[in-house]
Design a binder for this molecule. Structure first.
Ligand code: AFP
Length: 312
């Protein structure tokens, strides 16, 4: 090894290896990252029309949703490391791939579909569990890794495998290189991203929280895409993101398994906090694949304050 030149850049693979991530998990994360490259290409080159199908939640699927889902499934199959998977775009049960494989992967292949036609940033979200013991009864804290890709002016991948959260950019030759290691959330608000604002109509405490942010002069940063909105907070190292229930989504709009669990894992690894209003998102028991939860996520003290205001 002494004859190796010092690396002029740190690739995702190098970083995973140097962080002591197991070979199998490293291979799986590399495979998922490769799928992200093909999804990014599909976003730039595919017809944005409707696929004429809908997912199990009754939401119209874009051709891009269906294609992104297929791309990710191909990568998971090719890895030979995935015992089973659940996709937000497909049937709401665990689908088996390789019997004795070590991992179960849950994913939202393309979150933010409603933003595609207006060319806003969107993303893919992944949670990785050990396959033994299935999913029901586990908690997002049982994830062994979580990662997301955000497709914006640049394609960025952020992962955590339990030793901090780290960001990589996709370079011109198709490699993910280290952009920022050990993302760290400071205990500052600065920006707020209040989702499902329609809930202020029947949740006065949400209106009260919104007014507090306005009166305190914080900056609103909300695109309607969970991935870019939380990524913004993680990269800036400050901020709060919320999406709470209301009449339209009594339990909240966002799903525990596919969206909130992976982001809670990454954000808490980055020194932030998450809550459903009473406890960490990581400690919510998984009862079914479509389970939804309110989410308050970001700077630790602000998560605590928002939870208290919403309880009042
Ligand atoms: P779409 O996938 O339908 O665009 O929804 C995006 C999303 O699931 C998540 O990415 C956003 O944070 C959230 O919905 C936006 O919800 P509101 O429109 O209620 O703010």
């Amino acid at each position: 090894m002494s004859s190796c030149p010092l690396p002029s850049r740190i690739s995702l693979n190098n970083h995973l290896y140097a962080s002591g991530v197991s070979d199998e998990l490293r291979h799986l994360i590399n495979d998922i990252a490769r799928g992200g490259k093909y999804v990014q290409n599909a976003i730039r080159t595919t017809d944005l029309g409707l696929a004429g199908s809908s997912n199990t939640f009754g939401e119209d699927q874009l051709k891009l949703d269906v294609l992104s889902n297929r791309i990710i499934k191909e990568e998971l199959c090719e890895s030979r490391l995935v015992h089973s998977f659940a996709s937000e775009e497909e049937s709401d049960e665990l689908q088996e791939l390789v019997v004795n494989a070590p991992y179960t992967v849950v994913f939202d292949p393309l979150d933010g579909s409603s933003l595609v036609d207006c060319n806003l940033a969107i993303g893919s979200i992944f949670g990785i569990y050990e396959s033994k013991g299935g999913l029901i009864g586990k908690k997002p804290r049982d994830q062994v890794a979580a990662l997301y890709l955000v497709y914006g002016p640049r394609t960025i991948l952020v992962y955590s495998a339990g030793k901090g959260a780290h960001a990589f950019y996709l370079n011109e030759v198709g490699e993910f290189n280290l952009l920022q290691k050990n993302l760290m959330m400071r205990d500052e608000v600065k920006t707020y991203a209040p989702g499902n604002l329609r809930a202020v109509v029947d949740t006065p405490a949400y209106r009260k929280m919104m007014n507090l942010w306005l009166d305190e002069g914080h900056t609103l940063r909300y695109s309607g895409g969970m991935v870019p909105d939380i990524h913004h907070m993680l990269i800036k190292g400050a901020g709060i993101f919320t999406n709470i229930g209301g009449s339209k989504y009594p339990k909240g709009k966002l799903r525990l398994l596919f969206e909130c669990g992976p982001f809670a894992y990454i954000t808490e690894q980055a020194g932030g906090a998450s809550s459903d209003g009473t406890k960490s998102i990581l400690d919510i028991e998984i009862r079914d694949l479509d389970q939804r939860t309110p989410i308050i996520i970001g700077a630790k003290k602000e998560v605590k304050r928002v939870s208290e205001v919403l309880k009042s």
